[in-house]
Design a protein around this ligand. Structure first.
Ligand code: ARG
Length: 457
């Protein structure tokens, strides 16, 4: 039976019922709905609606229900209850009879669903935080193993200057560290309880809402009932955290797909995260990474969808808001899966050092070094830049690297060039010189690795 039958003389159209019902997705809030109900029953004792003995009977039945739900959450789906709140109330009444009908006193599904969803968000947020950290740890481990693996760094997808694979790993650690701090920041605003705001105007029972919030593990209770039942900022914030982090993960995936391509062949991916072609026996496709890159789309979609759903909604609760759950569940599930999958990809990743080094040596990645060399000998940078450009054209014409040109050939571009130019053009010197904070020099990378390790310990 629905929670609101009294005013109606006709049953709902079957098609409307299935359009309106939310149990098929909000069953995931069962645990939070039960925990919220236990807390509410305790609040009802403080205002004399329930006796201590009645509350104990309700709490016992609810705890039993919690165990049932924990063991088989999908069993809820067999019911034709409208939503998880109706389902919990129905099951409670089946267990304790008429006493169960007292539980909804002073409460509305509006403050109830807002509370359930916030409790769920808090739980999910802590799982996401730990996955974001795990991935950072996996990146640091990969960085440690590849401190001296030199490879080309790119801008415009052109080989630009040599970097190390470790430095590349630490770039993603930084992105994920920001994702982590965004989650922590989201938690601060999320951690306030809407329970006791009723349908929109507040509950008519003099409940200590801050105490109630504390029982549920919230820092405090919300300040305005109209806002509390219609606020879904935490959904937007979590979706936006997910959307930004998925953009990071898609770039991570794309970099590795590129490094794994036949053209680059900088890395070898594990068989555990790749798949074969049904037709071409030679192929080993980076499916895990392509899916991470691809799944970014639906997460951006969920964020946009929720923004548009909330735009222009009048206060307070409107049924539109039921649309918050499917996108949120899907986006956060997807994000979590991708974080785990990215860590799994790193676990079995092999860097082909010789091939990386060879690529770093090609493509005139040390041209900036030659310019800096000229600067050190008194030539203004703009002029040095031009001279090196000409030298590069000549080297390309001969099909050689810069350091493969004879000294006399180099001196034709500038007489200040001496024998000591060759060590300056070496990969090691390119790396070593970038020793200011954040640079790719081996000591800076070692320092950054140690700092990241410390932070993640
Ligand atoms: N299933 C609803 C939701 O997810 C619960 C709140 C219903 N409130 C109401 N007044 N009909 O938003």
């Amino acid at each position: 039976m629905a929670l609101w039958g009294g005013r109606f003389s006709q049953a709902a159209d079957r098609r409307f019922k299935s359009f309106n019902d939310s149990l098929r997705f909000d069953y995931r809030l069962a645990e939070q709905d039960i925990i919220g109900s236990v807390a509410w029953s305790k609040a009802l004792v403080t205002v004399g609606v329930l006796t201590v003995e009645e509350q104990l009977r309700l709490e016992e039945a609810l705890s039993f229900l919690l165990e049932e739900v924990g063991a088989a959450p999908e069993s809820i789906l067999a019911s034709d209850a409208e939503d998880i709140h109706s389902w919990v109330e129905q099951r409670l009444i089946e267990k304790v009879g008429d006493l169960g009908k007292k539980l909804h006193t002073g409460r509305s599904r509006n403050d109830q669903v807002a509370t359930d969803l916030k409790l769920w968000c808090k739980m999910q947020l802590s799982e996401l935080l730990s996955a974001v950290r795990q991935l950072q740890i996996a990146l640091v481990v990969t960085a440690v193993a590849n401190q001296d693996a030199v490879m080309p760094g790119y801008t415009h997808l052109q080989r630009a200057q040599p970097v190390t694979f470790a430095h590349w790993c630490l770039a993603y650690v930084e992105m994920l560290a920001r994702d982590e701090s965004r989650l922590q920041d989201t938690l601060k605003r999320l951690d306030v309880s809407p329970l006791g705001c009723g349908a929109l105007a507040g509950t008519a029972y003099p409940i200590d809402r801050d105490q109630l919030a504390g029982w549920l593990g919230f820092a405090t209770a919300t300040r305005n009932s109209l806002d509390s039942v219609s606020d879904r900022d935490h959904v937007l914030e979590l979706l936006s955290n997910a959307a930004i982090s998925m953009v990071h993960l898609s770039r991570f995936a794309e970099d590795l797909i590129l490094f794994n391509s036949g053209e680059a062949a900088f890395i070898e991916l594990s068989d555990r995260v790749t798949s074969g072609s049904s037709l071409m026996p030679q192929k080993k496709n980076p499916d895990a990474l392509e899916l991470i890159r691809g799944k970014c789309g639906r997460v951006q979609g969920a964020l946009t969808g929720m923004m548009v759903t909330l735009k222009g909604l009048p206060l307070a609760y409107n049924k539109d808001m039921q649309e918050d759950k499917e996108g949120l569940f899907d986006a956060l599930d997807t994000w979590l899966d991708c974080l785990h999958m990215a860590a799994l990809v790193l676990e079995g990743l092999q860097v082909k050092r010789a091939r990386c080094r060879e690529a770093a040596q090609q493509g005139y990645a040390n041209a900036t070094e030659l310019a800096d060399y000229l600067v050190a000998r008194g030539i203004p940078f703009r002029e040095a830049h031009h001279i090196v450009g000409e030298a590069v054209v000549e080297a390309i014409r001969q099909g050689k690297a810069l350091e493969a040109l004879e000294l006399a050939e180099l001196q034709a571009f500038s007489p200040v060039i001496g024998d000591d130019v060759y060590p300056a053009l070496s990969l090691q010197s390119c790396l070593d010189k970038r020793s200011a904070k954040g640079g790719v020099s081996p000591q800076q990378v070692a320092l950054a690795t140690a700092e990241a390790k410390n932070r993640l310990a």
